[in-house]
Design a protein around this ligand. Structure first.
Ligand SMILES: [Mg+2]
Length: 404
């Protein structure tokens, strides 16, 4: 009885994920590089520039996202590096979502190059879920010259895992009939939302595969991982009923900022530094909470006469760390406001992380590859997130002057 109810009521959800999105967009304008190894990277002059994206050929040399340019060049000396163009990626992202919207109005972008589509009600017009996925793939390729991989399933998580399963330019259906066979033998780490730390914890409990998670006791997972454990149990068993939002209802977050009108005008360098530290801290914590990183930092300063300056700078690599955000903000203020021991009076400061990119797992857990300071800062700031979660927002913060 229950089973037939499921069969009647099952949703048909697609997850569409562009293949090597940044690199593919850049290559549209450089067809002569199409058969060469190409990567998009942060500034080459900066010592710590990292690989942001790569094409399939660079991938075959072992080039991975988030490693340093230096490491990538060692694997592939002839690697061609191009700088990123975020406006271009946004432009194509919009065009791609417009194509999805021809099939359904339930299109929920997850990041610049990934969207979920609920096509349950579109089948009469466009065919089965798999047929719709194939039609979308071909349309995007024909009209924009870009390829994507799609997953088709009865929930969002399995659809996402389907789009990961076979790349590039493929569609994979994860059904009630095959999900145990396809997904359960995979490593626990492969389940959506299982990061490296969680995977290690699961392994220490003897849980190695997605099937092991599905067949664990829910209360044991709760004891080990809290609410996250319950969520993983549900995901592994296909019990995700979260809806696909209507397009425009949940836009991906474009920027994260925080500003203060100060109790009195700031004129002392020390006061400005401590305000900037606190603001950077909240911006960084909110970026981490949303699993995002900022590629640029913007500072707005208003003086007592309501004259506002607004300045922004690109970072070499995306960040969600207080220290990096603070450093960029201070540089902007120093350059634009003349921040010596004293400065022109400041009435309001706003710090905003802009050009956000998803802190996907490659970025999130690749800090073995990044430089040592960034790694230890990341570890420290994540620990602070944990402490605040447990003991309250004001339980810990950066010392006012410890972070110059
Ligand atoms: Mg992608």
């Amino acid at each position: 009885m229950f089973l037939s109810y499921n069969l009647v009521m099952d949703r048909v959800i697609l997850h569409c994920d562009m293949n090597n999105f940044y690199a593919s967009v850049e290559l549209l304008e450089h067809p002569e590089l199409k058969d060469l190894p190409v990567a998009i990277s942060g500034s080459q002059e900066a010592r710590h520039g990292i690989i942001l994206a790569k094409n399939q050929i660079a991938k075959s040399y072992g080039v991975v996202t988030a490693e340093t340019i230096w490491q990538a060049k060692r694997k592939c000396p002839e690697l061609i590096l191009l700088p990123p163009h975020h406006e271009k990626y946004s432009h194509f992202s919009k065009k791609i979502n417009e194509i999805y919207l021809r099939y359904t109005d339930l299109v929920e972008p997850f990041s610049i190059d990934e969207s979920w589509l609920d096509v349950t009600g579109s089948r009469r017009l466009f065919g089965s879920g798999k047929e719709i996925a194939d039609s979308i793939r071909e349309t995007v390729y024909r009209e924009l010259g870009l390829t994507l991989s799609a997953g088709v399933s009865f929930n969002k998580i399995f659809a996402k895992m389907g789009s990961e399963y076979k790349k590039p330019f493929a569609a994979t259906e994860i059904s009630r009939e095959n999900y145990k066979e396809i997904l359960w033998p995979m490593a626990a780490r492969e389940l959506f939302f299982v990061g490296r730390a969680t995977a290690e914890k699961l392994n220490s409990l003897g849980i190695y595969t997605i099937g092991d998670i599905a067949n664990s006791r829910e209360d044991a997972l709760y004891t080990a991982l809290g609410k996250h454990g319950i969520q993983l149990f549900k995901y592994a068993n296909g019990l995700d009923d979260s809806p696909v939002c209507k397009f425009g209802e949940r836009e991906p977050i474009k920027s994260i900022g925080n500003g203060w009108t100060l109790p009195h005008n700031l004129t002392e360098r020390d006061e400005v530094l401590s305000a900037v530290t606190s603001l950077s801290e909240t911006v960084a914590a909110r970026l981490r909470k949303h699993q995002l990183k900022a590629f640029g930092i913007k500072v707005d300063i208003k003086d007592p006469n309501f004259v506002t300056i607004s300045r922004q700078k690109q970072l070499d690599n995306p960040t969600n760390l207080t220290l990096t955000i603070k450093k960029a903000a201070i540089e902007l203020i120093e350059a634009q406001w003349g921040l010596k021991d004293t400065c022109r009076p400041i009435r309001l400061i706003t710090i905003t992380g802009i050009n956000l990119v998803p802190e996907d797992e490659e970025f999130q857990f690749s800090f073995f590859h990044s430089d040592k300071d960034e790694k230890s800062n990341e570890t420290m700031e994540r620990t602070m997130d944990q402490i605040r979660k447990k003991f309250g927002k004001n339980s810990i913060s950066f010392g006012k002057s410890s972070l110059r």
